[in-house]
Design a protein around this ligand. Structure first.
Ligand code: PLP
Length: 379
């Protein structure tokens, strides 16, 4: 959809692109300055495979300060983005035919990364009625002797859902009963949370020994292009990931690592300013869509997406445009409203469409005005 929207834009159409999965802010100045300094200081040699000690120390301190988690620097491995961290972990832990539980809607890459590791994704579906969150009963029913891990994401892409402490406790109580299941906890949207309480599985004492925390600087610090992510994991897993990474990449860009140290140890006001901006935009979008019939939104508590269930439009049409799937809806909105979205089918959720609100306020208002009129024409 991103590419289609770019093509339309190049042909002169005024397309508003709400497909992007990254903050529209620039990287904060003090972080950029640390990158420039690293270049001038000739930080141009191979880095240690698992990351510079300064960065691992800064991450360990962050995990303790923000999450109350004690990890030794040897348990931390820095990779080229959280996606690379996830890929490394899955390659190390998943053997042929192992099952990996993935709650749906899920981030697109989860399924493919599990398949690349020759694992079998086991999808557990949640809909708009439960704010796209799975229940403890669903989780328990999906666990088998072949389950290797659960791949869990809160705050979530694409739904913006955030599991509460009580919901996490219920899931943790199930996981405690199955010690053969590893927990991969993707917390990349941790800093973009509008309810104020981030809970990860590693914070449960009985689960910490088998939880791999995945995080990075991409979303919270507006640093997607720097490509820095990390794991904090049981030592054996950190060692295996380091071994693998040593063969694949010899570690991660030294300049980006130096900038990321500043992200963690520097002033955190920039993170809060961006969070507040995303919160304001979320409210603006919710206000713009509140009276659109058949646009069923679960209020997102984090990240920067809304994920309305638009299945009420299935079976309707406007001239040549018939709506029978999320792809039909995304194409219709692109062609009729000139607003680009991502069909829910990409995230395992055929009834929904994802709009990113990492865009300027005036564009968001205009986009949803157009969406509303295009939807009104479907009969
Ligand atoms: N996990 C989720 C849920 C994401 O949405 C993304 C990026 O969109 C990532 C991980 C990857 O983050 P990174 O850019 O650090 O590789």
């Amino acid at each position: 959809m991103n590419q289609k929207s770019r093509e339309l834009k190049e042909s002169g159409v005024d397309v508003i692109n709400l497909t992007l999965g990254e903050p529209d802010f620039n990287t904060p100045e003090h972080i950029k300055a640390a990158g420039v300094k690293a270049i001038n200081d000739n930080l141009s040699h191979y880095p240690p495979v698992a990351g510079f000690p300064e960065l691992k120390k800064a991450i360990a301190e962050k995990l303790y300060a923000d999450n109350g988690l004690k990890f030794a620097p040897e348990q931390i491995v820095v990779s080229a983005g959280a996606k690379h961290s996830l890929a490394n972990v899955l390659q190390c832990i998943v053997n042929d035919g192992d099952e990996v539980i993935i709650p749906a809607p899920y981030w697109v890459s989860y399924i493919e990364l599990v398949k690349l590791a020759e694992g079998t994704p086991v999808i557990v579906e949640a809909g708009v009625d439960t704010k796209f969150k799975i229940t403890a009963e669903q989780l328990e029913a999906s666990i088998t002797p072949k389950t290797k891990a659960i791949l869990f994401n809160s705050p979530s892409n694409p739904t913006g859902s955030v599991y509460s402490l009580e919901e996490m406790e219920a899931l943790a109580a199930v996981l405690e009963k199955y010690p053969h299941v590893l927990i991969i906890s993707d917390e990349i949207y941790e800093k973009i949370n509008f309810v104020g309480q981030h809970v990860g599985f590693a914070e449960f004492d009985k689960l910490k020994e088998r939880t791999i925390v995945i995080n990075g600087v991409s979303k919270g610090y507006a640093m997607t292009g720097w490509r820095i992510g990390y794991i904090a994991a049981p030592l054996a897993i950190a060692k295996a990931v380091t071994k693998l990474q040593g063969q694949y990449t010899s570690g991660v860009c030294a300049i980006a690592q130096a900038a990321s140290v500043q992200a963690f140890v520097g002033d955190q006001q920039c993170v809060e300013d961006m969070r507040v901006a995303f919160n304001r935009r979320r409210d603006l979008v919710l206000d713009s869509v509140k009276d659109i019939p058949g646009f069923n939104v679960a209020i997102p508590d984090g990240a920067f997406y809304i994920f309305p269930d638009i299945s009420a439009y299935f079976g309707k049409r406007n001239g040549a445009h018939a709506i029978n799937s999320s792809m039909d809806m995304s194409l219709y909105l692109l062609e009729k409203a000139h607003v680009a979205s991502v069909p829910g089918s990409a995230f395992g959720s055929e009834n929904c469409v994802r709009f990113s609100y990492a865009a300027a306020d005036d564009l968001l208002v205009e986009a949803f005005k157009r969406v509303k009129s295009a939807l009104a024409e479907l009969k």
